[in-house]
Design a protein around this ligand. Structure first.
Ligand code: GDP
Length: 441
């Protein structure tokens, strides 16, 4: 029997999801009570496959979480085929939640993150916060509004049907040395041609994830000791001529950005850069991904490579951190260089600044430019720590977090960039009060 376990803090919506998963099914086979008082189990049958769903109610956020999580619960994860770790999309996960998540994820054969309470598009934009948990896939759902649940169900049931651990592995994208790359851009800019150029000259392995609703196909290549995986290349090659192409392009972009570390934003340099280019670029930057701009079709452009770069810098000011490479997929000019750039950006994207060096840098920056005072109060930054990578997230602990103007934050970011390039990498600076708990404490 295929076993699914729901994990998460109280109030994230586990029971609601549990009820939804079993609710509409006619064939509830049995109900067994779990070992702990509030573990709920049901067995359902979907398309002839028996599935046991367990809701481990027992994780409590009060007190020491690790004492609260009984060994039995963790064991539950080990014995499951699939663990759905559920978080509340309205709250950024705490350090404890992250730790719990990691300990559970380690035990699980396959793990997916389910972000609940995503009721509107604004909340969706904030989803990239959850990417830092490092787990894919992520499903955003709203139990109360019944949104996204079908996708999640389809995926679970497809897994249950496949039920061979080897097949799961391609879905659980846990290989830490793998660089996942999304090739994005509006239709006809040359995404498919670039992909061909990159995979043809390197041995490429295609892995289809069968049974899912969208049938994505990933293509991987080995390059200089790294494994680069281009995600959902089926979507690139499946060029549809139907109306609503732009909408499709946006939907696909959103979907694959969630899977990727680095985006290759392909632009057509023989054409004017338009609104759709900008929208797609905006998605990549909102999601906090590593980013490389590929200005393709150089052979068809009336402008020189330098001129094109200038135009892009002017048009996409918000992508100032992204390197630009001008290419021609038709003549293969510079396409091979894209791979080296991917390796470089990944290195920056995953880089962690040693705390001592970071603090030295911040203190020197403060000496050069004193922090302006806030409502007559002197603002002080006590220390800085980088508490996350991919993308790098740095917290600055100070006495008045609201008193640090965004232009000063920008100044600090620029200082960081001057010392640690962070090529193609967005930097997130978080201001914290001295009394707030640091996420890496
Ligand atoms: P996609 O929709 O973004 O995947 O775009 P395609 O890769 O299918 O390319 C669209 C069209 O542009 C095709 O006819 C390609 O042959 C052509 N194309 C792609 N890149 C280049 C390029 O660098 N130069 C020229 N001249 N044509 C290109």
């Amino acid at each position: 029997m295929f076993k699914i376990t729901l994990f998460g803090y109280p109030n994230v919506g586990k029971s609601s999801l549990f009820n939804r998963l079993i609710g509409q099914k006619d064939a509830i086979i049995s109900e067994t009570s779990g070992t702990t008082r509030d573990v709920k189990r049901q067995i359902i049958e979907v398309n002839g496959v028996k599935i046991q769903i367990t809701d481990t109610g027992g994780v409590d956020s009060a007190g020491e979480i690790f004492e609260q999580v009984s060994k039995a619960s963790i064991n539950e994860a080990r014995l499951s085929d699939l663990v759905l770790f559920m978080v509340d999309g309205k709250n950024y996960p705490s350090l404890e939640e992250k730790r719990l998540f990691l300990s559970v994820a380690k035990q699980a054969k396959v793990c997916a993150l389910v972000v609940n309470k995503i009721d509107n598009s604004k909340q969706k934009q904030e989803l990239h916060e959850f990417l830092t948990l490092g787990i894919r896939p992520i499903f955003n759902i709203s139990c109360s509004h019944n949104l996204g649940i079908e996708d999640l169900e389809d995926w679970c049931y497809a897994l249950a049907k496949a039920k061979k651990p080897d097949e799961f592995e391609s879905i659980n994208l846990e290989n830490e040395n793998e660089i996942k790359v999304a090739i994005i851009g509006k239709p006809n800019v040359g995404k498919s041609s670039i992909l061909n150029a990159l995979t043809k000259t390197n041995r490429s392995v295609v892995s289809a994830i069968s049974g899912t609703t969208i049938d994505p196909v990933d293509e991987s290549i080995d390059y200089k000791n790294a494994k680069i995986k281009f995600v959902d290349t089926a979507g690139i090659r499946r060029r549809s001529k139907v109306l609503g192409l732009e909408r499709l392009a946006l939907l696909r972009t959103k979907k694959i950005l969630k899977e990727a570390h680095i985006a290759l934003l392909i632009l057509d340099s023989s054409d004017e850069f338009g609104q759709l280019d900008e929208t797609i670029a905006g998605l990549a930057s909102d999601m906090g991904l590593g980013l490389i701009i590929v200005a393709n079709k150089l052979d068809l452009s009336e402008f020189s490579a330098n001129e094109i770069e200038k135009q892009i810098r002017h048009k996409f000011k918000f992508l100032e951190y992204a390197p630009i490479i001008t290419t021609s997929a038709a003549t293969k000019k510079r396409t091979a260089k894209i791979l080296d750039l991917i390796l470089k950006v990944q290195e920056s994207y995953a880089y962690r600044i040693p705390t001592a060096r970071l603090n030295e840098l911040i203190q020197n920056a403060l000496k050069r430019h004193a922090l302006p005072s806030y409502k007559t109060k002197k603002v002080k930054i006590f220390y800085a720590t980088q508490f996350d990578v991919m993308p790098p997230r740095i917290s600055l602990v100070c006495n008045y977090p609201n008193g640090v103007h965004f232009s000063f934050v920008r100044y600090l970011k620029n200082q960081i960039r001057e010392h640690f390039e962070f090529l193609g990498t967005p930097i997130v600076l978080v201001l914290k009060n001295k009394n707030e708990r640091l996420e890496d404490d």
